[in-house]
Design a protein around this ligand. Structure first.
Ligand code: PLP
Length: 382
């Protein structure tokens, strides 16, 4: 595939050569742990043992790298497994990580509970305040970790500006692109060094498989991540890789619909007496709207609501929808509703990353938009 081809074309064909043996249009699931050798060390096409490489996983790695405009891709058993592999590859005792003060709770927990005890320093900062970032990202910072749009407050950070600040301090700039997906945002083109994804979300797209991806065009970082992937082995299995590849084929269509549905819901809820604030970057009065319009191709399928009645109203809403299912996770074809302070972000309660208890998060699916708007309105009326 060539970079000049349309995203949708690459999403369907990149890394997806028909099977050379049978001509199967869909590359098979290579459900094997090992590969025969023609004499000691005589590997066919470089395949030796599946922790190192497996053709189904290679397909996915090529595909995600291509969609992000990267030269190297690595696929893992979950988003956090990928994040951990990347961090272990680039950090050492004494390293400093700076991340947003509303980063996904699991990412914060990973660094704070697993890496900090090994001598890593963690600082959190308001990423939308570039002066605050400049003050926090001092020389000696190894990683500047950016998540935009952020989870669940939908803050938008300026990737190009943050990359400049990070690089001036000698830091590796990592962007978690899970919420936007490569269809809406390509952080490497904006100056970031590494992109991570929880492929569990929009890339897989059907809430049926866990996975993570790390992509980069930096050869040195790629070599280190590849080594951790091989040495520690948190790889995605062939079935999981295949399901993720299948999901990605429809990414463009799905994201278009996720985005238009979310935008319609956001507009329908602005001004509702039970809603204090709608957090959606597509709304013109969202503080990050202009940056989002510049660095994204659309505003995505995630939005959050601040309820007038506090925690009780938020809980009542999430327990009263019928089409929106009350569940963790996001990015699937079905609409999900969640209560971050006690679900996805429970691990950061009591810290400065705590999510206000009147916040409800919606992962807007691709169902009929009237059914979705109607469902939220009836649940607010209960
Ligand atoms: C923004 C973001 N990054 C990373 C992750 C972690 O991914 P996984 O659950 O696949 O480990 C999540 C999970 O919710 C997420 O929302």
């Amino acid at each position: 595939m060539t970079a000049s081809q349309h995203f949708s074309t690459r999403a369907i064909h990149s890394g997806q050569t028909p099977d050379p043996t049978t001509g199967a249009v869909i590359p098979p699931i290579y459900q094997t742990s090992t590969f025969v050798q023609d004499g000691v060390g005589g590997f066919r096409n470089g395949y030796e043992y599946a922790r190192g490489t497996n053709p189904t996983r290679s397909s996915l790695e090529t595909l995600v790298a291509d969609l992000e405009g990267a030269t190297h891709g690595f696929s893992f058993s979950s988003g956090l497994a990928g994040e951990d592999a990347l961090l272990r590859a680039v950090l050492a005792p004494g390293s400093r990580v700076v991340m947003g003060n509303d980063v996904y709770g699991g990412t914060h927990r990973l660094v704070n509970r697993l890496h900090v005890p090994w001598g890593v320093e963690l600082r959190t900062v308001e990423l939308t305040d570039l002066d605050a970032v400049r003050a926090a990202v001092t020389p000696g910072t190894t990683v500047l970790w950016v998540e935009t749009p952020s989870n669940p407050l939908m803050k938008i950070s300026d990737i190009a500006a943050l990359a400049e600040i990070g690089h001036a301090a000698g830091a590796i700039v990592v962007v978690d692109n899970t919420f936007a997906s490569p269809y809406l945002q390509n952080p490497l083109a904006l100056g970031a060094d590494v992109v991570v994804h929880s492929t569990t979300k929009y890339l897989g797209g059907h809430s049926d498989v866990l996975g993570g991806a790390v992509v980069t065009s930096n050869d040195e970082i790629a070599e280190k991540v590849g080594f951790v992937q091989f040495a520690a082995g948190a790889v995605s299995g062939p079935m999981d890789a295949w399901l993720t590849v299948r999901g990605i084929k429809t990414l463009a269509l799905r994201i278009e619909r996720h985005s238009s549905n979310a935008h319609a819901i956001a507009e329908a809820l602005v001004g509702h007496p039970s809603i204090e604030r709608v957090y959606y970057p597509g709304l013109a009065d969202h503080p990050g709207h202009e940056i989002a319009a510049r660095q994204m191709r659309g505003f995505g399928g995630m939005l959050s609501l601040g309820l007038v009645g506090g925690a009780a109203s938020a809980r009542s809403l999430v327990e009263s929808t019928e089409v929106f299912l009350l569940a963790e996770s996001l990015g699937g074809v079905e609409s999900l509703i969640g209560y971050p302070s006690e679900m996805t972000h429970a691990s950061v309660r009591g810290t400065e990353l705590e999510v206000p208890d009147n916040i409800v998060r919606l992962s807007v699916g691709i169902e009929g938009v009237d059914d979705l708007v109607g469902d939220i309105l009836q649940a607010l009326d209960r």
